[in-house]
Design a protein around this ligand. Structure first.
Ligand code: DGJ
Length: 717
């Protein structure tokens, strides 16, 4: 069969350009917007060039494929001939289920954050309106888009889901996403981008420990420094789906949307549903892709110097009393700690993890005079004060659950499976929300709490709102955001950490309202190296809590010397979980040296550009942070196991200024870690041009497994 060769109509196009990214969009011909290019900056484009791009982006139409609407709009529609994942799923009692939106107008504005295209579309027959927003951000070159669906009809419209798509070119032939579990978050996996759908869904009311955070598609073998790669992320802390979809006609795109439960969103006349922002980043290598997210977060809310934390959790767990915690605080202050955080165990009845979540009053038996004497001493020592909460959770064994069993989620079978002995408090009950807000706010005010470690240890499995058991999953995330926002506006000094059994709630939605995330409960440097590296695809170092753990890791029981544990902790928002009460004076003074080193260099560590070398030896890792003006950098070379290749050979240092000269020195706060015959430059240092350091590099020092060497590289004039 031969299709008649009728030339397709060429749509007009718009060019959005910011932060080193170009997005060219076909729009203005009545169809929903189609992205014709997303990635490298195309420079200023004339009207003719734009028209040319639109003309040359129309594919040949093959036999029997005449209805395929290529290029595919950001919200693909079945009724237009799209046979893949639908952009909108919804209906009114079985009708209005095959929407066909026509774009009626569009506007390109230059907002302060970056150019934004707003497209208004309607489905007149269905009485539905759609507003699509697509923006490229000046500070980062990130792309973001969202949709708002409005019901203009009389019949309620039930939204099943709205997913938006960012296209990637055919060069994107390999997928990368992340998996994991408790204490082993963010494990990368790769595979070819086959025809079909690669779907990563989160259904537990938070992204989860297993969640991918990002879904990336790139040129085969893309690494940190090379290979063009594109990725998507959803700025939402609740149920969600990320998918990479490739059709038989070779449309490839990255899809993101919120996962909705039955009737979570039913739109009455004139009511609307707005999707979370879908973000897109790209780069030549993952470092560039990640740097866009880092720049975005840094521009959105710049943070002051990150105070060194002492967190009580691994030091004392639930064993709280004034004398112990004061002694710990005193030793912390001596080591250079600037913020003392009391973890789980301070509230009424909480002696272990079986009871009391929800009873957010200071335990009168353990703390007869309240937390005030501890807080006073902490302040006297010149430190901030932080406190742990798990606001969304409740134990059945608590005064709260006994008084208000109807505030617990219940989808019709009782409170459901406990996890860590706990259940979930339904913040969709206004009184439950008010209770938590009041308890937290009162304490934050009374103690002038500087920092809340906000934990979340159970998935939402049965999030039915009592009495009828209708899903309250989505509302829970909205209420958490509201609670965080309200606490911050009442107490503007307050910082919040997002923790969920470690890295279970890490996304740009929660990062808009929190100051850092806790990437993992695992403080073992062997695991932390990888967890921090992959969490870093989204989260810059200063927003990752990185703590110095015990010699024998509490989660893996591996043992590591202080130097390796400390080296892996200094890159992020540094904290200490070692029990200083049991540490020798010598150990405490070495810890103090590492803390002082971190404090002296945190400006660079927390504002620089993160770089990773792509090394052929699978046992070696080389990563660093380079100052924005490339005047200096730190690198760490680590071996995660015994290397197959020995010696490793010369290692190029990425990210420096080719045309500057640099002095490279091994630095070893707390004492040298290198032994045996080493390359001469490791003792005497070496001066070389940036280009030489990048292209030829330095012969690697000899290291044992799970050991590292730290380099300071400074430009010399
Ligand atoms: C889980 C967190 O991830 C830990 O850091 C700690 O805060 C415990 N909860 C406390 O119960």
């Amino acid at each position: 069969m031969t299709a008649a060769a009728s030339p397709a109509a060429v749509p007009p196009a718009e060019h959005l350009r910011a932060g080193g990214t170009s997005v060219v969009v076909a729009v203005g011909d009545g169809r929903l917007p189609r992205i014709l290019h997303w990635g490298e900056d195309l420079g200023k484009l004339s009207a003719d060039a734009l028209a040319g791009i639109a003309r040359s982006a129309l594919p040949a139409i093959g036999d029997s494929a005449v209805t395929y609407p290529q290029p595919v709009p950001v919200l693909p529609q079945l009724a237009e001939g799209w046979l893949g994942r639908p952009g909108l799923v919804g209906d009114s009692e079985g009708r209005r289920w095959a929407s066909t939106f026509r774009a009626v107008s569009h506007r390109l504005d230059d907002d302060a954050e970056g150019p934004v295209l707003r497209v208004d579309a309607v489905d007149e027959a269905y009485g539905l309106a759609l507003v699509l927003e697509l923006q490229v951000l000046h500070a980062s070159g990130l792309v973001r888009q969202r949709a708002e669906l409005v019901n203009r009809g009389d019949e309620p419209f039930r939204v099943g889901g709205v997913e938006l798509a960012l296209p990637v070119p055919h060069a994107a032939a390999e997928l990368l996403d992340l998996t994991g579990r408790w204490s082993l978050e963010r494990v990368p996996q790769r595979h070819p981008f086959h025809v079909g759908e690669w779907v990563r869904a989160s259904r537990g009311g938070k992204p989860g420990l297993e969640h991918t955070m990002l879904l990336a598609a790139g040129e085969p073998g893309f690494g940190f420094r090379s290979g063009r790669v594109w990725a998507t992320h959803l700025a939402w802390s609740g149920n969600q789906v990320l998918a990479a979809e490739r059709t038989p006609a070779d449309t490839r795109h990255l899809v993101a949307g919120e996962l909705l439960l039955p009737e979570e969103v039913v739109l009455a006349r004139d009511a609307s549903y707005r999707t979370p922002w879908q973000f897109g980043s790209w780069g030549d290598g993952l470092d560039e892709l990640a740097a866009r997210f880092h720049r975005h977060l840094r521009a959105e809310r710049p943070l002051g110097a990150r105070p060194v934390i002492l967190n009580t959790w691994e030091a004392v767990y639930f064993r709280h009393d004034l004398d112990t915690l004061v002694a710990l605080a005193e030793l912390g202050a001596e080591a250079g700690v600037e913020r003392f955080v009391v973890d789980d165990g301070w509230f009424t009845g909480r002696r272990d993890d079986t009871s009391s979540l929800g009873d957010w009053d200071v335990d009168a038996e353990v703390w007869p005079d309240g937390l005030e004497p501890l807080v006073a001493r902490v302040r006297e020592l010149g430190m901030d004060f932080g406190l742990w909460f798990e606001p969304e959770m409740v134990n059945l064994d608590s005064d709260l659950a006994r008084a208000h069993p109807d505030w617990l989620f219940d989808a019709g079978h009782g409170p459901g499976l406990p996890s860590r002995h706990q259940h979930v408090l339904d913040l969709g009950h206004p009184e439950a929300y008010a209770h938590v807000l009041d308890r937290m706010s009162t304490l934050i005010h009374a103690l002038h709490i500087d920092y809340v470690k906000w934990d979340h240890n159970r998935y939402l499995l049965d999030a039915g709102h009592q009495p009828d058991g209708r899903p309250g999953m989505r509302r829970q995330t909205q209420q958490v955001y509201r609670l965080m926002d309200e606490l911050r506006s009442r107490h503007p000094w307050l910082e919040i950490e997002s923790c969920a059994s470690g890295g279970g709630r890490i996304d740009l939605g929660v990062l808009e309202r929190t100051d850092r995330v806790w990437p993992s409960d695992c403080n073992d440097p062997h695991e932390r190296l990888e967890i921090q590296r992959w969490t870093g695809l989204l989260v810059p170092p200063e927003r990752q809590g990185t703590h110095l753990g015990a010699r024998s890791s509490h989660t893996t029981h591996r043992t590591h010397p202080l130097a390796y544990r400390a080296e892996k902790a200094i890159w992020g928002h540094l904290g200490i979980e070692v029990n200083l009460l049991e540490a020798s004076e010598a150990e405490r003074s070495r810890i103090a040296e590492w803390v002082a080193f971190h404090v002296a260099h945190r400006d660079l560590l927390h504002h620089g550009t993160v770089v990773h070398a792509d090394l052929p030896e699978p046992a070696a890792r080389l990563e660093g942070v380079v100052a924005e003006d490339r005047s200096q950098a730190f690198y760490a070379l680590s071996l995660v196991e015994r290397p197959r290749t020995w010696p490793l050979g010369r290692l190029g240092l990425p990210g420096l200024d080719d045309d500057a000269d640099y002095e490279v020195r091994v630095v070893a706060p707390g004492g040298s870690t290198l032994h045996g015959a080493q390359p001469p430059w490791t003792s005497a240092g070496v001066r070389l041009p940036g280009r030489v350091l990048r292209v030829i590099g330095l012969e690697a020092p000899a290291l044992d497994a799970d050991r590292s060497v730290l380099l300071h590289v400074v430009a010399v004039r």
